[in-house]
Ligand binder design. Sequence first.
Ligand SMILES: C[S@@+](CC[C@H](N)C(=O)[O-])C[C@H]1O[C@@H](n2cnc3c(N)ncnc32)[C@H](O)[C@@H]1O
Length: 219
Amino acid sequence: MSRKLRHNNSLLIDQAELFPRIDRDLYRLFHCDAFEWLEAAKSCSIEAVVTEKRGEIMRLVQTLRGGDRPKNAERGFEMVSVMPRSCWEPWGLFRKPCEGRVQDNLRKWRTGGLRRISNEEPFKDVIESSVARNGERAIAPHPSLKPQHFMRQIVRASLPFGEGTILDPFMGSGSTIAAATACGLRSIGLESNDEYFDMAARAIPLLAASTRPYPKGLD
Ligand SMILES: C[S@@+](CC[C@H](N)C(=O)[O-])C[C@H]1O[C@@H](n2cnc3c(N)ncnc32)[C@H](O)[C@@H]1O
C-alpha cells in the first residue's frame, strides 16, 4: 500500500514505496556540496563511502551507559567505575564533493556551507544537548527519539539559505521532520515500520509546535 501524508511543507513517504530507489540514488540525488549527517556509535570509526567527510559534531548528552561500579560487588568498590560514563555522541558530517570553490557552489546550488548561529557566531562542532524531554517522549515514544533542541540546530545549519530539502531516510518518530517544519524548511521522511510511520504522522505537528526551551531563533 502506498501511503503519503502532507504536513505543511513536509512530505512523508512510506519507505516501501521509495526508499530502494533513493538508497541507490542518494549520492546522485544530492547537489554538489549537499551535506549528509550520520549519527554513529562511538565504537565505529565514521568513514565516508562516496561522500567526503567534513568533520564530526559532538552532541554532549549524559546517558545511563557506563559509569557503573563492578556488578554484584558495588559495596567495597564505591570509588570505582568499570567504564567511563558516556557523556557525548559523535555525528559525522559528510558532503558530496565541491564543484570548484565553495562560493560558486553557494551561488549555484544554494548549499555548501553551514548556516551560522548568528553573524557573530559560527556553527560549532560541540552542541550541548540532553535526552528528549518527557513531554516529547509522551508525544513520540520511539526508542531512539532525538530532542527538538538538538535536531533544530542540525537542520537549520544544513541549509544555509533555508532553501532545499531536508531528507531523513530513517525517520523513526519524525523528530528531524518536525525540526525542519519548526524551522520553516521543506523536508522528506522515510520510515519502513508502519507503527513508527503512524507515530510520526501524529507526532510531527505536535513536536513542531512545541516551543521551549530551544536556543534563540529556533522556536
Ligand atoms: C535510529 S531510528 C530513528 C529515530 C529518529 N531519529 C527519531 O528521533 O525518532 C531509525 C529508524 O529507521 C527505521 N528504518 C530502519 N531501516 C529502514 C529502512 N531501510 N528504510 C526506512 N526506515 C528504516 C527504523 O524503523 C527506525 O524507526
